[in-house]
Design a protein around this ligand. Sequence first.
Ligand code: NAD
Length: 479
Amino acid sequence: MNPTADVQAVLDRVRARYGGAGGPVGATSASTSAPPAAGDGLFATVDEAVDAAWEAFQAYKAVGLDGRHRIVDAVRQAMREHGESLARHAHAETGLGRAEDKIKKNRLVTEKTPGPEDLEPKVWSGDRGLTVVEYAPFGVVAAITPTTNPTATIINNTIAVTSAGNGLVFNVHPNAKRVSAETIRILNRAMVAAGAPRNLITGITEPTLESAQALMAHPKARILLVTGGPGVVKAALATQKRAITAGPGNPPVVVDPTADIAHAAAEIVRGASFDNNVICTDEKEIFVVQEVADALLKALSTSGAVIVPPDKIAALEKVIFKEMGAPMKPGKINPKWIGQNAGKILGEIGIAAGDDVRLAVMPVPVEHSLIWTEQMMPVMPVATVESTARAIDFAVRAEHGFGHTASIYSRDVTTITEMARRINVSIFVANAANLAGLADGGEGYTSFSIASPTGEGLTRPRSFSRERRLTVAGGLRIV
Ligand code: NAD
């Protein structure tokens, strides 16, 4: 296969589908007007952006680990100050999600993305001497970011990649170019004030699919970090470079008869409605075992969701799908409704619901296309199945082998273990919203680039590091 021809074919399909913006959602007038100004890490061309980050990377080597800690602390401080306004700006520019949830996302990545402490060396000391493994930078990392989490991804990638000692060049989604430019600008200023070389992170003022391609192909871009849908993952994997790809998901939820139903409903609404379902880890379909199906629907309706009545289902399908898929196949979602409030979508089918309604719940048979589609809107399909075993079977199939995220509500440890083993995902959550797997209400660290296709999982500074070993045979062991 000729990789260049393959990439071109993908590009052509993306353009045909989205009219050239390179993303399925929410093009606003802001995205077609003049580009953001250059300066503070922003450059007109890919070559300039990469060269500047390359030079900064060379200078960054002299900064040392203490210096890296200071710089990352400054990044966190700047985002504590500006995270809220950037979240509001992201919401206004992309037209996606909920501003209050984007504020929470920015806070989460600001506080819980690991810093240089993640690079703790590994040591073997024994009769034959000492061996140390240390984590070294690669050089310049080329990052492609999505429109669904524009600022959270930039903040998260910046902390993780520069903690590991690398420079970083962003080609952001064209529909979020202004807020992304603003984020890069603020981060650059904060980093320089804390002792970083200028342009350690850079961006392109007018990002396009072509500039994304040029960045990925640039000889000085040592590794790729791609966060987005299947098209960009395929494009990155078609290059000759090492690519860390954070691709799409379709996270299923299983609810079994042993579950605490009230808790399950509350957590499903919290997770599936978060930022109006645009996040890759947000719950996208439910399989509930029949003996608790009615109880779950009732509990969902008292937890901030509206259950769509059977006589409105056909109308809702017409609204949200551009093209419904065949049974058990994904369809094409109407981009107009991606990331919109549930109340707005329900209004289209004559159901009056305010903006406080977080989720529309659509009871459907398992074959229904919405179960098999990454919808990225707060419309949640629920299928009733006869047993827990069938629920797990369908969950595995609906996840499409993405290996991304899945969850279960159950008090049965055997069932939890069985599903976790079989579904084989990067993030598996039991008895909480998937947000818990991102360290929001659960233990651990966070990432907004979850690399399932290439296996790094929740990316962290170590993901952007080369392992280097020092062995001193017969010496340096001091005990
Ligand atoms: P998208 O794939 O449309 O765009 C992502 C980025 O890739 C954008 O910058 C876009 O301009 C660029 N792009 C798209 N096609 C390209 C191509 N062929 N060549 C070069 N660049 C290309 O995705 P989106 O709508 O911005 O984001 C939503 C998708 O991303 C969903 O599928 C979601 O699951 C996924 N996502 C995954 C993660 C994760 O951590 N795994 C995180 C966020 C989003």
